[in-house]
Ligand binder design. Structure first.
Ligand code: URA
Length: 210
């Protein structure tokens, strides 16, 4: 597994406002969307392209376009939905799949309650989005499902990560073609599985509900 922390003043600026508990839900959603777009720019650095011959108004030239099979973007429900638009803005040809996962707040174990994506992901580049890499349980389970379906290049885009979650991902996904792109790796997880200092419950802050 490869970890990429995006070091950019605009990323740091938006993340600081997201963390601030005074930031309301509409502002939180807008900033999360903008932040994802900046992270997506880095996360798609190796997106596959193919040669494309075109005519400009002045003459012929050769460029590139996103290749087939199309990349797949998979938000993990519910909070990952708030990151979908930011991803597909940069990957307009992407197909979208969904994974509904929930973690048991006592055991912190992740379980899947809904899956909607192609059975066969062979040869596909997959971008899985979830705001918080906390214990790592949800993302590991999600990525194992994608690899089981044949995905050979998986990038997880998360707003924030905890060192504990990064360690779990490194251990459980050793030797797999997985990259994690994040705006920051924070100090630690607290006893409730929340990232410290973090930004609180990303789903609640996005949707203004518990
Ligand atoms: N999920 C969240 O929404 N926030 C955390 O800090 C950890 C997991």
């Amino acid at each position: 597994m490869r970890l990429q922390v995006v070091d950019h003043p605009l990323v740091a600026h938006k993340l600081t406002t997201l963390r601030d508990k005074r930031t309301d839900s509409p502002t939180f959603r807008r900033l999360a969307d903008e932040l994802v777009t900046l992270l997506a720019y880095e996360a798609t650095r190796d997106v596959r392209t193919e040669q494309s011959d075109i005519e400009t108004p002045v003459g012929p030239t050769t460029g590139v376009k996103l290749s087939h099979p199309r990349p797949l973007v998979v938000p993990i429900l519910r909070a990952g939905l708030g990151m979908l638009d930011g991803m597909v803005r940069l990957l307009p040809t992407a197909e979208v799949g969904f994974l509904g996962m929930v973690r048991n707040e006592e055991t912190l174990e992740a379980s899947t309650y809904a899956t909607r994506m192609p059975e066969d992901l062979s040869g596909r580049q997959v971008y899985v989005v979830d705001p918080m890499l906390a214990t790592g349980g949800t993302l590991v389970a999600a990525i194992q499902e994608l690899i089981k379906r044949g995905a050979d290049d998986v990038t997880a885009v998360v707003l924030l990560a905890a060192p504990e979650g990064v360690e779990v991902m490194e251990r459980e996904l050793a030797g797999t073609p997985v990259t994690v792109v994040t705006a920051a790796v924070d100090e630690r997880l607290n006893e409730h599985g929340y990232i410290v200092p973090g930004l609180g419950d990303a789903g609640d802050r996005m949707y203004g509900s518990a």
